[in-house]
Design a binder for this molecule. Structure first.
Ligand SMILES: [Zn+2]
Length: 296
């Protein structure tokens, strides 16, 4: 683990989740905390070795791999946590993540591992988008909804920590159906990002880049291709299971992790919901079976 400086007061710690570090004297505000206790402990050790104390945490969204280190860090540093509404609800009640993945029912044990169920963390401050001051530093909270309902990014010294608004081509190639919870707002977020020209962008799961255009185009492209592949399956009415199976098989996936199945299921529901709201597809409820098909 290492601290990579970007500007005088802005750095990040590269990892499975890149963690932003906004430094003010001997104090630091983190942007996300990684998956678990180990990530929290490693971040704390690294910064304390540099004489820096963690006093605040901004969480970009409520997926377990982004706030799983909160519990350890809040207990051991007393840092105060900032998050947007909705996301804050899940960070404080993380069982809501596997609950929504399991359609609102009590989640099965396959959905109770640390990748989808983090330890609860307090949230001390609800963030609104726009300018804000945290630990005497002026930050811009940028709305990036879509991947998660109320995901936010942090802009500081013209460096945009843009969370999971974009994934790298490599990650997309591996997972094929990247998690999106609201397809319409995800697409708008990508189009808005494309118009920006900040000095540096730091996505959570890939290397920082000075030009976000290529990443945005890859991510917009995957939304379009998934949309057209779903529509390609809907000449005949199909159940969600049939659509998911057709889509995954078409992409050469061979799912063997139950939680992966449910993440794709939720993402597929986001696509179906979006297409339904645009009146591109319709619902047929017949013989007690709900099927989706192209609108006539
Ligand atoms: Zn995420």
């Amino acid at each position: 683990m290492e601290l990579k400086h970007i500007t005088e007061g802005v750095a990040y710690i590269p990892g499975a989740v890149n963690v932003g570090v906004i430094i003010n004297g001997d104090k630091a505000t983190l942007i996300d905390t990684g998956l678990d206790r180990d990530s929290g402990r490693n971040i704390r050790r690294l910064l304390e070795a540099e004489g820096i104390k963690i006093t605040a945490i901004v969480n970009t969204h409520s997926h377990a791999d982004h706030f799983g280190g909160n519990d350890y860090l809040v207990r051991n540093t007393g840092a105060e946590v900032y998050a947007s509404s909705v996301e804050a609800g899940i960070i404080q009640n993380p069982l809501l993540e596997p609950i929504y993945l399991f359609h609102g029912a009590a989640p099965i044990r396959n959905l109770r591992n640390k990748f989808v169920l983090a330890k609860p963390s307090p949230v001390h401050h609800i963030l609104e988008t726009g300018m804000t001051t945290i630990e005497d530093r002026k930050l811009m909270i940028v709305p990036l909804p879509g991947h998660s309902f109320n995901q936010i990014g942090v802009l500081v010294d013209d460096v945009l920590f843009c969370a999971d608004a974009v994934f790298s081509g490599r990650v997309i190639e591996k997972y094929r159906i990247p998690v999106v919870q609201d397809v319409g707002s995800h697409r708008e977020t990508l189009k808005t990002l494309r118009e920006t020209s900040h000095t540096l962008y730091v996505p959570s799961h890939t290397e920082p880049t000075g030009d976000i255009t290529a990443l945005v185009d890859v991510n917009l492209g995957v939304v379009e291709s998934i949309t057209s592949d779903i529509l390609g399956l809907l000449d005949e009415p199909k159940t969600v299971s049939e659509i998911q199976s057709g889509l995954c098989t078409g992409y050469g996936l061979d799912l063997d992790v139950v939680q992966q199945y449910y993440l794709i299921h939720t993402t597929l529901m986001a696509y179906l919901g979006h297409l339904y709201e645009e009146k591109t597809i319709e619902i047929k409820l017949e013989d007690n079976t709900l099927r989706w098909s192209k609108a006539r």
